[in-house]
Design a protein around this ligand. Structure first.
Ligand SMILES: Nc1nc2c(ncn2[C@@H]2O[C@H](COP(=O)(O)OP(=O)(O)O)[C@@H](O)[C@H]2O)c(=O)[nH]1
Ligand SMILES: [Mg+2]
Length: 446
């Protein structure tokens, strides 16, 4: 019975229903015991009473039995859809445990689904990321991956590599100097094509990572331009302390906020200037490192004051951020203008007022994230997947040198490595440790 596992699959808290899941050989037997029902039909929603081992009524609930192998895990599964809240689901779980099942570890249902061949690793990872997804676009990408999009890419890449390997087998019959040019060229073309595809996918995956994790947007500027006020205004509540004393914000503050269909991570930073105070200096260092980590920077200026040397410093910071999306905004437009806007002309600055309104800014952010989310490019959704294709690319690169030198054995060694690496995306070769680590990051009950 200890191989039968159970968990509450829904979030804890007040809700209309909760779901308790049991998977394993003992699931059906437990369903009989809890429900006192003699006959349990697979895939039928039984409305039934549930009882503790002492025959005390727990709830009237829906009970569904999925018989192996036609279930998520491939094992017998029983699911109870009971009334929500903190108590009922826990009582069902306690009862199941009293009958001998054990509490599932995080991700253990998915791990069993993988081990029983119901899903491959790309699908398992898509499930886990879908739960975390921070935008509708990410959910779409992951749903496609759940349907096997990445699995197909892995298969196609693997087949292309095997084709190149097969060609090289043909070449072994030739003396080194007689290898026909056209065969050599077509292998090289094939490998270049694969390299190019992999590079594109890795690039797109980095660019679009924020769709899943939430884009990180950092507000930077010299002290007192209204960074904290803008964060508060975007959050619609006073999270950061606002004051007209320069140097009030000494640490970075990160909060989540919804922009259109995206949940973003908004970061308020300490004003950047030449500070003497040790704590302020540390804050400024943190501001600079949050710039590094951010996907988008909002560089904020104060329109009610004269453009000065400190603003100039922010501009040169912005100029140094070639790779990053940077939005330049002039704040306090509700006050009299004293700022020389021509200094910012080339950045097409947006006018905002943390006090009176900033729709142009939210619109610009929304358009930006929407454009990143558009298109149906394939995307790698975990560091593990990116690592595997990057290693595949390196092995392909390493294979080219011996190919050009006619050292076919070395060529085929590196290509076989590439095959192994690309295959590891859906099925790891040194499994146990990787699997434990991966599924351990899943939600409980998943
Ligand atoms: N009139 C006006 N004052 C603002 C605006 N944004 C910020 N302030 C004021 O500017 C001062 C500095 O704001 P704060 O958000 O602390 O600036 P930070 O140092 O960049 O975080 C405070 O007194 C704010 O009330 C705005 O849009 N309009
Ligand atoms: Mg501040």
């Amino acid at each position: 019975m200890h191989k039968t596992i159970a968990a509450i699959a829904t979030a804890h808290g007040v809700s209309s229903i909760s779901i308790v899941r049991i998977s394993g050989d003992g699931a059906l037997q437990i369903a009989h015991k809890i429900s006192h029902k003699q006959e349990i039909i697979p895939r039928y929603a039984h409305l039934t009473s549930l009882y503790t081992p002492e025959n005390i009524l727990i709830d009237r609930a829906i009970m569904i039995y999925f018989s192996a192998p036609h279930s998520f895990t491939g094992e017998d599964i029983v699911e109870f859809q009971c009334h929500g809240g903190m108590v009922v689901a826990q009582e069902i779980l306690d009862t199941a445990m009293a009958y001998g099942v054990r509490l599932a570890e995080p991700g253990e249902f998915s791990k069993r689904a993988f081990l029983n061949g119901k899903i491959d690793l790309t699908e398992a990872e898509a499930i886990s990321k879908l739960i975390e997804a921070k935008s509708v676009d990410a959910a779409k990408i992951l749903a496609r991956q759940l349907k096997g999009e990445l699995k197909i890419f892995v298969e196609e890449t693997r087949e292309a590599l095997l084709r190149s390997l097969a060609y090289s087998e043909v070449m072994i019959d030739y003396a080194e100097e007689d290898i026909p040019d056209d065969i050599m060229q077509s292998i090289l073309d094939q490998l270049d094509q694969l390299t190019y595809q992999i590079e594109r996918i890795v690039d797109a995956s980095h660019r679009r990572k924020g769709l899943i994790e939430g884009f990180k947007v950092a507000i930077i500027g010299k002290p007192n331009v209204g960074k904290s006020s803008l964060l508060n205004a975007l959050l619609s509540y006073d999270r950061a302390i606002v004051s007209d004393i320069a140097g009030t914000t000494r640490d970075t503050i990160e909060e989540q906020v919804r922009i259109g269909s995206h949940i973003i991570r908004l970061v308020d930073t300490a004003g950047i200037r030449d500070a003497r105070d040790g704590i302020e200096k540390i804050g400024i260092e943190r501001s600079l490192s949050s710039i590094e980590e951010a996907d988008v920077i909002i560089a904020l200026f104060d329109g009610s004051r004269i453009f000065d040397e400190e603003d100039e410093k922010i501009i040169s910071l912005v100029d140094g951020l070639k790779e990053k999306e940077c939005i330049v905004a002039v704040n306090k437009t509700d006050l009299e203008h004293r700022f020389d806007r021509s200094r910012l002309d080339r950045y097409a600055p947006i006018e905002v007022s943390a006090k009176k309104g900033f729709v142009h800014l939210t619109q610009k952010l929304e358009n930006l994230f929407d454009s990143i989310g558009q298109g149906d490019e394939l995307m790698l959704v975990t560091a593990r997947q990116i690592d595997a294709v990057t290693k595949t690319k390196l092995s392909i690169q390493e294979a080219k040198v011996p190919l050009l030198n006619g050292e076919l054995e070395f060529f085929s060694y590196h290509l076989q490595e590439a095959v192994k690496m690309i295959s590891s995306i859906s099925k790891p070769y040194d499994s146990e440790e990787i699997l434990d680590k991966m599924f351990g990051e899943f939600c409980l009950g998943k």
